[in-house]
Design a protein around this ligand. Structure first.
Ligand SMILES: Cc1cc2nc3c(=O)[nH]c(=O)nc-3n(C[C@H](O)[C@H](O)[C@H](O)COP(=O)(O)OP(=O)(O)OC[C@H]3O[C@@H](n4cnc5c(N)ncnc54)[C@H](O)[C@@H]3O)c2cc1C
Length: 516
């Protein structure tokens, strides 16, 4: 185990992108993953003849993800479905195909409301900005950097400064008079998400959300296959419990079994809190920084209900009419916490995710799958009646999570009538499950929270945590570049691979794309 140039800890998208770049750059690379498969938050699983995407159900490119996959010769090996979004409530039911369509639908649901058009005027400005600066295939600052591009951005800086604030979002949303609708617009999305992300999501939902045909796990299997075919080594069921160091250098990684793995350089693609608070020598970190990391708020956890249903993919698609359909029983966007009432999930929004057509073999004949999602909380109801995060779970936990799963099914019936009667298989993934499978603290879905006032990364130099106090250790993944998600995890993977190989951070593998 001592002849590797680099060991990557964690086979999420961040770690696997890094590993693929490294083997392409001729470095002998080992990836160690605690789980039995790659993918982390994007992995999938099969049960009783059904395949489910376990966490993330689709993702954006923003001119970063697709060019990275193209560089790795993977983009063309996957069929991509552009995801359509549908929003339904007791008052409206619309598709996010165009801003005109959205505004018209909302205006006819709330005819007296004067604020819808002014609000979307500002949302459209962000969308135009994104269109001009980053399409699914081009994020010019990364791929075709020139000083001209930077100069072109300068006039937009004052606007960007406003858009990056949650308070600006509150201000723009206060144009809406109807208090419930105002609350919905102000809170929808991750907790206290700044205006640019709120408006940016409307843009992405319309233009830039993609599903890899065959499923998320198939996509990750291709990443793993490319890596091993290029000579990389991949070890599953190997958890790193200590990063051993001397002075400012990592000397070895220690596994749960006490085995030591050595290499010249290391990349950590797992949970950042654990890196600082559990895995490394605490004296390496400034005490103020450690405290900040300990207290840092994370992105919200999501509750997943995996359903195998007795309906054909075509039938379900005809009813849902979009792979991502959201039902809002009211306009209160709740972020559950330990004090939320026991029936909190009953009144929350539900997303129905269905990709039956894109995964023809993912269910027994005549059946298909749908994954329900909403926000949840790790500590709610005394860790879901489990008492703590400990494993194995209590008997009550299993019964309780199924009960909450059925509450989500009840809400989903507003958009998929008769669903309850057609359920063949039901499994519920709580924030505790997500933490267990990915080691993301409290089942956080996308790294640090999106609130610019609370995110620690936002107040650290460089908007990134890629560098560590150890000279031969970099980090990648959704904690290392803010805001977290597939885009930043992918990007960080490319950056750390380049830095590890002694190259410029954004250097490309293909000569046709200009380096800087
Ligand atoms: C329900 C849900 C919905 C989402 N929706 C979106 C979306 O719409 N758009 C978007 O961009 N993003 C979305 N995300 C977020 C996105 O999936 C993640 O940000 C991204 O996949 C993170 O990738 P990563 O490589 O940073 O980390 P992870 O996926 O967390 O992977 C880390 C890997 O490291 C392994 N690991 C950790 N510690 C160790 C250790 N000590 N030893 C060995 N292995 C270790 C873990 O097992 C894991 O496999 C969503 C996530 C979820 C859960």
């Amino acid at each position: 185990m001592s002849d590797f140039d680099v060991v990557v800890i964690g086979a999420g998208i961040g770690g696997m992108v890094a590993a693929n770049y490294l083997v392409s750059l001729g470095m002998k690379t080992l990836v160690v993953e605690q789980s039995h498969h790659t993918g982390g938050n994007m992995s999938g699983f099969s049960r009783k003849g059904y395949y489910f995407d376990g966490g993330d159900q689709s993702f954006e490119s923003l001119g970063i993800v697709f060019p990275i996959l193209a560089e790795l010769d993977l983009y063309d090996r996957i069929g991509w479905t552009k995801c359509r979004y549908r929003m339904k409530s007791p008052d409206f039911d619309f598709f996010i195909d165009s801003f005109d369509q959205v505004e018209e639908a909302l205006q006819s649901a709330f005819p007296e409301e004067p604020g819808i058009r002014p609000l979307f005027r500002e949302v459209r400005k962000v969308s135009e900005f994104i269109d001009a600066n980053c399409t699914p295939w081009e994020f010019p600052l990364l791929h075709r950097f020139s000083w001209i591009h930077l100069l072109k951005l300068l006039p937009h800086l004052p606007k960007l400064q406003k858009w990056i604030k949650f308070s600006y979002r509150e201000k723009v949303c206060s144009l809406i008079r109807n208090p419930e609708l105002r609350e919905w617009f102000t809170q929808i999305g991750y907790y206290r998400m700044p205006f640019i992300f709120f408006a940016g999501f409307w843009h992405l939902w319309m233009k830039d959300y993609w599903y890899p045909q065959g499923g998320m796990q198939h996509f990750h299997d291709l990443l793993a296959q490319r890596f091993t075919q290029a000579g990389g080594a991949l070890r599953f069921n190997t958890r790193i419990t200590q990063i051993l160091s001397e002075g400012r250098k990592v000397t070895a990684l220690q596994t749960t079994e006490g085995e030591r793995i050595t290499a010249k350089r290391f990349i950590y693609g797992g949970d950042y809190k654990r890196l600082v608070l559990e895995l490394t020598d605490p004296t390496l970190w400034d005490s103020g920084f450690q405290e900040k990391i300990k207290k840092a708020r994370l992105t919200e956890a999501i509750l997943n209900v995996y359903l195998g249903v007795r309906r054909s993919p075509a039938e379900l698609e005809n009813t849902l009419q979009a792979p991502h359909a959201f039902y809002f029983p009211n306009y209160k966007v709740i972020f559950p916490d330990p004090y939320s009432p026991r029936d909190v999930h009953r009144s929350m929004w539900v997303a129905l995710n269905h990709f039956g057509k894109d995964n023809p073999n993912a269910a027994p004949p005549g059946c298909t799958t749908v994954v329900l999602q909403t926000y949840s909380s790790y500590f709610w109801e005394n860790c879901w009646l489990n008492g703590s995060s400990s494993y194995p779970r209590s008997v009550l936990y299993k019964q309780f999570k199924n009960e909450i799963g059925m509450q989500l099914v009840d809400t989903a019936e507003h958009i998929l009538p008769g669903l309850k009667d057609d359920i063949e298989y039901l499994e519920v993934g709580t924030p505790l499950s997500l933490e267990r499978f990915t080691l993301n603290t409290e089942g956080s879905t996308g790294g640090w929270c999106y609130d610019t006032d609370l995110s620690p990364v936002f107040r650290l130099p460089g908007l990134n945590l890629i560098y560590t106090p150890l000279s031969n250790l970099f980090t990648c993944g959704h904690y290392s570049v803010w805001p977290g998600g597939v885009i930043s995890a992918c990007l960080s993977g490319k950056i750390v691979a380049n830095l590890t190989a002694g190259r410029k951070p954004f250097a490309t593998l293909k000569p046709s794309i200009v380096d800087f």
